[in-house]
Design a protein around this ligand. Sequence first.
Ligand SMILES: Cc1ncc(COP(=O)(O)O)c(C=O)c1O
Length: 386
Amino acid sequence: MRFRTEKIMPPPIVKLIEEARRFIGASEFLNLGQGLPGHIPPTISLQGLQERLTHPSAHLYTPDKGLLELREELALYIRQQLNNYVNPETELMITAGGNNAFAGIALTLFEPGQTVIMPSPFYFNSVMAIRLVGGNVKMIPVDETFQPDPDLIEAAIDDRTRAIFLVSPNNPTGAVYEKERVDKILDLCLENELYLISDETYARMAFEGSMHYSPRSRRDAQNHVITIGSFSKDFGMSGWRIGYITGPEDFMEEYLKVQDTMTICAPTPSQLLALEILKTGLDVIDSEMEGVANLRELAYLRAKEIDQWDLTRTKGTFYLFPKVRGCKDSRKLVLDILRGTKTLVLPGSVFGEAGEGHIRLSIGPLTPEAVDEAFDRLTKYFATNS
Ligand SMILES: Cc1ncc(COP(=O)(O)O)c(C=O)c1O
């Protein structure tokens, strides 16, 4: 029996972590592989959740779109945080995470053979989702500062193009896309009747004076933008599987069919915790973000010590994406680093051809001490393997 999914590569992180487990003693292992935040939800919000869980309704389905109280609170947050007005009844839905949202968008939007244009390197799960529904992806390399090039994107548009997909702040590069470029890309969507799918999973993680720009905040473009949000990274809730989607009313009506089929609704306890954080935990989340900013400072300082790296300093997320001079096979390099230093980083090649020669370091889950330790190991590794 053959499977439709055979033409799609297996999840690259899962495979690598399996390989890592084979030769790593747990105590010394440092994981800079998976993109996890270091914080968990605020204690005050977890306490609030305890009380909410005593109500029987906390253990039942919610409406498909999500609890109305959460949607209303989230609409307020989106207005304050993203300068984006959404109607909580018709333009906002709670999902079981950002990946779930993207897979749902793929199922709702794409006919087999239609194309999505996305800057590359790219977030691989999104590519998998498009391929799973029979769509194609056109990768457009970013420039040397990891910003997307609107002219190259324009040249790639043809009659099969259905959408342009942007992730900002970006995984794996950390780039916070400049407003001017995003606006140009949005103009292209308006001119060519395309959707702009904007993955804003790391919306709070724009640092060093940069501003996250949410394209749906542009009023003239609201019918063309679908936004994906996630509680996984910014709110330390990756295990709770919760995110959201905003989009034009006609799209959301169609998306509801997919939502009902795939998940019915996002997990109710997770919705309640998200609601609690929005009501009681945002100050704590702000201070967690300061912690991420400090970790980044430390990591960039230490990264300068590694001569073989060409490192573009970006302003967002907890990822570093150095190019390793002379590296032609980043997967081989990563396995060698792992064997030599018991430290897992990801090969740039899993983020597409444009990522080959790079490695991705996720410092999100580390303490400052662990960041220092990781860079001690990496500095030594590259000094002896140059
Ligand atoms: C750009 C991007 N989008 C979406 C996700 C998935 O988020 P979620 O945990 O909400 O499914 C990730 C996770 O790494 C990501 O990096």
